[in-house]
Design a protein around this ligand. Structure first.
Ligand code: XIL
Length: 406
């Protein structure tokens, strides 16, 4: 794994199986294309898909082929067992060039269904919080690597790549770090932090979010402790320090509200262009993609392509699709279409190297805490049953799998 991670190679497919294709596959790919026609078509499509789901008995319970399980088996998949689930998995269908990742929470690693689904469906993990500064160093002087190491070790045992998140951010700065310290002291502290963390995981992570959320909504540099005290050069410095500490990890800049064509995305594009022109080792752009069901960002594929044309890798790094509560069947369908749309955009761009969801079960997503009145944002429900969104990703991957009819 260390070798693989160093080369940025994809881990081999693990404990997952290819099962019979869900009969809903064609429906999903056709409707996804229709969804591109706009709101009216999307609404019509949602209804059509909902009906198709009812006819098919629900996408997650619609199977074909010799191993067709009964509804009772469907309920039990992926639970209390490390056996591969008897359903198609994202991991089993993942193309060789794209990591399918999930953010993981260290405190849930002992939960058996959580572990089983993490292993069965994903080829990569991102620590949701465990590599953030205030978690790693709550008090000055020493680091606590417990949670981050556990995630890395489990990923290695599962043959999964690790996406490091995040070295420099305005949030999650330990409370003992004081803005009143001198510029020199703060700069050397930040440098020390970047180098310490990136060195520890050298050869164990394939990529790092070196800087996270450095832009404001209007496209200016975000007003943070780092910008105020160190000036805009902190961004280039962070990349150079990370490169020094881990020459082989792919170095990303990561942000939100940049996945579609927005003013902020334009500003990010210019920033990446300028950094690369200046020789700063920015090698990838991460698009967080915290989305709302029914609100498709504008021209995601075109946006990813213009970044790719700068010579960088691109990645969907934190996808979730929140639904206004109470959850309705229509919004679950809208959610599935949006998940599928984002995956299709990534698969359409040859340098899209990973597609990561921010949590995979509604039991533990950050969304209800962050967005009051919203929830159900993930691929699996709170009982770890795959939702329509999971089925839509399966269908998208199956459509593109070698040998699949076009
Ligand atoms: C979030 C986590 O999901 C929460 O558990 C935590 O309380 C706050 O941070 N953008 C990012 C992530 O880059 O690190 C954030 O994660 C979500 C927004």
């Amino acid at each position: 794994m260390a070798e693989d991670a160093r080369r940025g190679a994809l881990p081999a497919s693990g404990p997952s199986v290819r099962a019979g294709a869900p009969t809903g596959g064609r429906v999903w790919s056709a409707t996804a294309r229709l969804a591109g026609l706009g709101l009216t078509a999307r609404r019509w499509t949602a209804l059509a898909v909902a009906s198709a789901l009812l006819l098919a008995g629900g996408l997650t319970v619609a199977w074909s082929g010799p191993d067709e399980p009964d509804a009772g088996d469907q309920v039990a998949i992926g639970w209390h067992t490390s056996e591969p689930p008897n359903r198609p998995t994202l991991r089993g269908l993942a193309p060789a060039t794209v990591r399918i990742g999930a953010a993981v929470s260290a405190r849930l690693l002992d939960d058996v269904p959580y572990r089983a689904t993490l292993a069965s469906d994903f080829t990569a993990v991102t620590p949701e919080n465990a590599m953030k500064w205030e978690v790693l160093q709550p008090t000055p002087g020493s680091y606590d690597w417990t949670d981050a190491d556990r995630i890395v070790e489990l990923a290695q045992a599962n043959g999964q790549a690790v996406y490091g998140h995040t070295l420099v951010w305005h949030s999650s700065v330990p409370s003992w770090v004081s803005e009143s310290w001198s510029r020199e002291r703060l700069r050397s502290l930040l440098r020390q932090h970047v180098i310490t963390v990136a060195s520890r995981y050298r050869g164990k992570v394939w990529a790092w979010d070196v800087v996270n959320e450095v832009l404001a909504e209007d496209g200016s540099l975000r007003d943070t402790i780092w910008l105020r005290r160190l000036g805009p050069g902190y961004i280039a410095d962070a990349f150079r320090w990370a490169r020094e500490a881990d020459p082989d990890a792919r170095l990303f800049i990561n942000d939100y509200d940049t996945e579609g064509r927005t003013r902020k995305a334009d500003a990010l594009w210019r920033l990446v262009r300028d950094l690369r022109t200046a020789g700063v080792p920015v090698q990838g752009v991460g698009f967080q993609s915290h989305l709302r069901s029914g609100r498709q960002p504008r021209d995601v594929t075109g946006n990813l392509r213009r970044f790719a044309a700068l010579g960088v890798a691109v990645a969907i790094t934190e996808l979730d699709v929140r639904i206004p509560l109470p959850v309705s069947q229509e919004e679950l369908v809208n959610q599935a279409l949006l998940y599928q749309h984002m995956l299709a955009a990534c698969l359409a761009v040859s340098t899209c190297e990973s597609f990561t969801v921010w949590g995979f079960t509604d039991a533990s997503s950050w969304i209800p805490h962050r967005y009051r009145g919203y929830g159900a944002a993930c691929l699996f429900d709170a009982d770890m049953r795959p939702k329509q969104a999971h089925g839509a990703l399966v269908a998208e991957l199956q459509e593109r799998a070698p040998g699949a009819p076009r």
